[in-house]
Ligand binder design. Structure first.
Ligand code: GNR
Ligand code: NI
Length: 176
């Protein structure tokens, strides 16, 4: 297993629209395992392939309390959605930034598992939020795209500043 590098906003590769997974082979299974490992080690509750620079319609998530129930969705499609909810969202590709986003409360979706078998399920609450957040990544959209251009610019500047501080600290050996 390997830990994959996560792209960060405003990396233009995060705006790529992913294409369908067509081949369900060992390489796909390895990618799924690597994405699950990467999600856990980054302490995320979800990860889309786009974030690790693989532009295929594939996402993993784990919204369980003990973080011991990874789920895999390949070629996901939302069949129907109902209601609304506002939830504070964060993103491994936009570290340290949180904002409330309005999403559907309940979704019914169809997807495939790592063997290519099709399944359908209903998701609600945080589970539904996470799926919608990850499916946005697959069409090149981030939660900060729902903010005003002014706020998005503030996010960009804050991240730039965070990176500068981190680089300077590394240079001064403050970080061991
Ligand atoms: O770890 C994550 N937490 C989170 C919290 C609220 C709404 C969505 C998420 S997904 C995010 C991981 C991530 O960036 N997935 O793309
Ligand atoms: Ni994200």
């Amino acid at each position: 297993m390997s830990n994959l590098n996560i792209l960060e906003f405003p990396d233009p590769r995060l705006t790529t629209v992913a294409s369908d997974v067509e081949i369900f082979d060992e390489a796909l299974k390895k990618l799924v395992q690597d994405m699950i490992e990467t999600m856990y080690s980054a302490r995320g509750i979800g990860l889309a392939a786009t974030q690790v620079n693989v532009h295929k319609r594939l996402l993993v998530l784990d919204v369980s309390e003990k973080q011991d129930q990874p789920r895999v969705y390949i070629n996901p499609q939302i069949l129907s959605s109902e209601g609304e909810q506002d939830h504070e969202e964060g993103c491994l590709s936009v570290p340290g930034i949180y904002a409330s986003v309005n999403r559907a409360e309940t979704i019914t979706l169809r997807a495939q598992d790592s063997d290519g078998n099709t399944f359908e399920e209903q998701a609600e609450g945080l589970h539904a939020v996470c799926i919608q957040h990850e499916m946005d990544h697959l069409i090149g959209r981030l939660f900060v795209d729902y903010l005003s251009p002014l706020k998005r610019n503030m996010v960009r500047k804050k991240l730039e500043k965070q990176r500068k501080v981190a680089a300077k600290e590394a240079e001064e050996h403050l970080v061991i």
